[in-house]
Design a protein around this ligand. Structure first.
Ligand code: NAD
Ligand code: MLT
Length: 527
C-alpha cells in the first residue's frame, strides 16, 4: 500500500513501513494541488505539525484509511472531517513527552539566566558579565497550566529542583496532583502565586487566548514558558507586558502561526527567548514518534486495533484476538438484517450473549452499524458509523447478557422502525467460523458468504424442490440450504447459499407461486 509521508520523520519509522511491505513516498514541502494529487492513491498519511490535514485534502484521498501524527498535537488535523469520511486519526502521545518536558526546563533556565542573550553577546566579542543578574528556580513557585503528560514531567523535574508547585487543570484528580507534590488551584490563584508560569494544555477553543493581558498582569514580575501550543498565550499582550517590564520575561517554543513571522513583535523584545518548535526535537523522541506512527498505520491497514486512535472505537490490545472474529460477524448480521428489513431504520440494537458479553465490544457494535449502513452512499466504517447513526437520528443500543442458549457466544443485530423489527443472530463455530443461526426467530445454520436467498414459505411438500428447480434452470447453483420452520405445515424460512446473483425476474417468478410468501436476494460479497 502507498504510505505518504508529508513532514520529515525519523528513518526508523520509514524503515518500519517498508519492512511491512508498504510503498513509502515522502513528499515534504508539497502543498495544494500537488499534495492532493500525491494523496489520491495513498492508504496511509503520516504528518507532524507542518501538514494541514483538512476536509479538502481528505476529499482528495478516497483510499485513505489512517492519518498518523508523529507527535502529540493534532490541531493541524480536522478530526471531525476525518471521522465523517471514515478515516482514523492516531497520534503518538508518549514518545516525545520527556523531550518536551526537558525543553521546558531548559527554557526556564534560558530565560531566567539570560543564557541566549549572554551567549550572543559573547559570540560578538562582548564580555557582558555585569549586565545579567539572573533568578534561581530554587524556592520559587511554578504555576502549571495543564497537568497532563508533559505538565507532570515538568512538575517532577522542576519540583526536584526546589520549586513549589501549584497547578490549574480542571480535568485532573487531587490525588494525582498530590502524588506529584502539586497543589491544585483555580487559574487566578495560580497566576497570583506563580513566579514561573508554564503552559501544558492542548490548543482548544477553551484554551485559545487563555492567557491574555489580564492574566499576565496578575502574574506580575514573573516568567511565562510556553512549549505547548501557540495561541494559548496572546502574543501581542505578552510582547507588550515584557517590553513594558511588568513581566520579567518569556520563553516560547510555539507560536500562533508557524514558522514565526520575522516581523513578529516577540522578536523585538530582548527578554523573550524563542526556539523554532524544538520541544520534541531529540533523537530519541523523533525515533519514538516515527515508529509509533508507523506501527499504527500498519495496524490500521491490517485491520488491527490502532492503540492511539483518536476517533475510532477503542479496543484493548490483549482482548483483540477474542473480539476480532465478531467484528466481521456483526457486520454481516447487520448487512443481512438491513437487507431483509422493509421499514425505515429507526433503531439498531446489538445484543451480546454468552462469553462475548464479557468483552469490550464497542468496535463490534460499530461494525454492526457499518453493516446496517452499507447501502448508504457515504463510505461508512467502524470509525464514522456511530456518527452516521447520530446524524440520522437512529438510536443505537448495546445490550449484554452472560446467558446464551446453545451457543457459547451469540451476537444479534435487531433493526427496527419502532413497530416492526428483524433480528439476525450469529455465532462462531470453533471460535472463528461464522454462522447465521437465527433469522427473524427461525433457527437456521447458514454460512454467510457471497449470495444468499431467503425464502419465507408455507411448509408444504415440494416447495424446496420448486425453488431448487427454478434456480437450477436459471444456472444459479446452490452451495447450501438451511430450513427453519415454526410448526409442521406452518410457515418456514429457508436460506440458500448461492454461487451467483439472483436476478429480479427470478424473485418474481418464485413469488408467483402461492406457497411462497416472500423471496429476498441478499448480496454479501465484499466488493
Ligand atoms: P495531555 O493531553 O497529556 O495534557 C494536557 C492537559 O491539559 C490535560 O491534563 C488536560 O486536562 C489539561 N487541560 C485541557 N484543557 C484545559 C484547560 N482549559 N485548562 C487547564 N488545563 C486543561 O497533553 P500533553 O501530552 O501533556 O501535551 C501538552 C501540550 O504540549 C500539547 O499542546 C502538545 O501539543 C504540546 N507538545 C508540544 C511539544 C513541542 O514540541 N513543543 C511536544 C510535545 C507536546
Ligand atoms: C507534538 O505535538 O508532538 C509536538 O508539537 C512535536 C512536533 O511535532 O514537532
Amino acid at each position: 500500500m502507498k504510505i505518504l509521508v508529508t513532514d520529515p520523520i525519523a528513518d526508523a519509522g520509514l524503515d518500519r513501513l517498508r519492512e511491512a511491505g508498504h510503498d513509502v513516498v515522502t513528499a515534504y514541502d508539497v502543498e495544494g494541488a500537488d499534495l492532493r494529487e500525491q494523496i489520491r492513491d495513498a492508504a496511509g498519511l503520516i504528518v507532524r505539525s507542518g501538514t494541514k490535514v483538512d476536509a479538502e485534502l481528505l476529499d482528495a484521498a478516497p483510499e485513505l484509511v489512517i492519518v498518523g501524527r508523529a507527535g502529540i498535537g493534532v490541531d493541524n488535523i480536522d478530526i471531525d472531517a476525518a471521522t465523517e469520511r471514515g478515516v482514523i486519526v492516531a497520534n503518538a502521545p508518549e514518545g516525545n513527552v520527556r523531550a518536551a518536558a526537558e525543553h521546558t526546563v531548559a527554557m526556564a533556565f534560558a530565560v531566567a539566566r539570560s543564557i541566549p542573550q549572554a551567549h550572543a553577546r559573547l559570540k560578538d566579542g562582548e564580555w557582558a558579565k555585569g549586565d545579567y543578574l539572573g533568578r534561581e528556580v530554587n524556592n520559587k513557585t511554578l504555576g502549571i497550566v495543564g497537568l497532563g503528560r508533559v505538565g507532570q514531567e515538568v512538575a517532577k523535574r522542576l519540583g526536584a529542583l526546589g520549586m513549589d508547585l501549584v497547578a490549574y487543570d480542571p480535568y485532573i484528580s487531587e490525588s494525582r496532583a498530590d502524588q506529584l507534590g502539586a497543589e491544585l488551584a483555580e487559574l487566578d490563584e495560580v497566576l497570583d502565586r506563580a513566579d514561573f508560569l508554564t503552559i501544558h494544555t492542548p490548543l482548544t477553543p477553551e484554551t485559545e487566548g487563555l492567557i491574555g493581558s489580564e492574566e499576565l498582569a496578575r502574574l506580575g514580575d514573573g516568567f511565562v514558558l510556553n512549549c505547548a501550543r501557540g495561541g494559548i498565550v496572546d502574543e501581542a499582550a505578552l510582547a507588550a507586558a515584557v517590553e513594558e517590564g511588568t513581566l520579567a520575561g518569556a520563553a516560547l517554543d510555539v507560536f500562533a502561526d508557524e514558522p514565526l513571522d520575522p516581523d513578529s513583535p516577540l522578536l523585538d523584545v530582548d527578554e523573550i527567548v524563542v526556539t523554532p518548535h524544538l520541544g520534541a526535537s531529540t533523537e530519541a523522541a523523533q525515533e519514538n514518534v516515527a515508529t509509533s506512527a508507523a506501527d499504527q498505520v500498519i495496524a490500521a491497514i491490517n485491520d488491527e486495533p490502532v492503540v492511539n486512535a483518536l476517533n475510532a472505537p477503542s479496543v484493548d490490545r490483549s482482548a483483540f484476538p477474542r473480539v476480532r472474529p465478531y467484528i466481521g460477524l456483526a457486520e454481516t448480521a447487520g448487512r443481512i438484517a438491513v437487507q431483509l428489513f422493509d421499514g425505515r431504520v429507526n433503531s439498531v440494537e446489538v445484543e451480546y450473549a454468552g462469553d462475548i458479553a464479557e468483552e469490550e465490544v464497542e468496535i463490534v457494535t460499530a461494525s454492526a452499524l457499518k453493516g446496517v449502513f452499507r447501502p448508504l452512499e457515504v463510505r461508512v466504517n467502524a470509525v464514522n458509523a456511530p456518527g452516521v447513526a447520530e446524524e440520522r437520528g437512529i438510536d443505537v443500543t448495546e445490550s449484554k447478557t452472560s446467558q446464551s442458549d446453545v451457543f457459547q457466544s451469540r451476537v444479534s443485530v435487531v433493526v427496527s422502525d419502532g413497530e416492526e423489527d428483524i433480528r439476525v443472530c450469529g455465532t462462531l463455530f470453533a471460535g472463528d467460523d461464522p454462522r447465521i443461526v437465527q433469522i427473524d426467530g427461525y433457527r437456521v445454520d447458514a454460512i454467510p458468504h457471497g449470495h444468499m436467498l431467503v425464502a419465507r414459505n408455507h411448509d408444504k411438500p415440494g416447495v424446496i424442490g420448486f425453488i431448487g428447480t427454478v434456480l437450477g434452470e436459471n444456472n444459479v447453483n446452490i452451495a447450501g440450504m438451511y430450513n427453519g420452520r415454526e410448526t409442521i405445515g406452518g410457515e418456514a424460512l429457508t436460506v440458500y447459499s448461492l454461487d451467483s446473483e439472483v436476478p429480479d425476474e427470478l424473485i418474481e417468478q418464485l413469488e408467483e407461486d402461492e406457497r411462497i410468501i416472500r423471496a429476498q436476494y441478499l448480496a454479501l460479497n465484499n466488493e
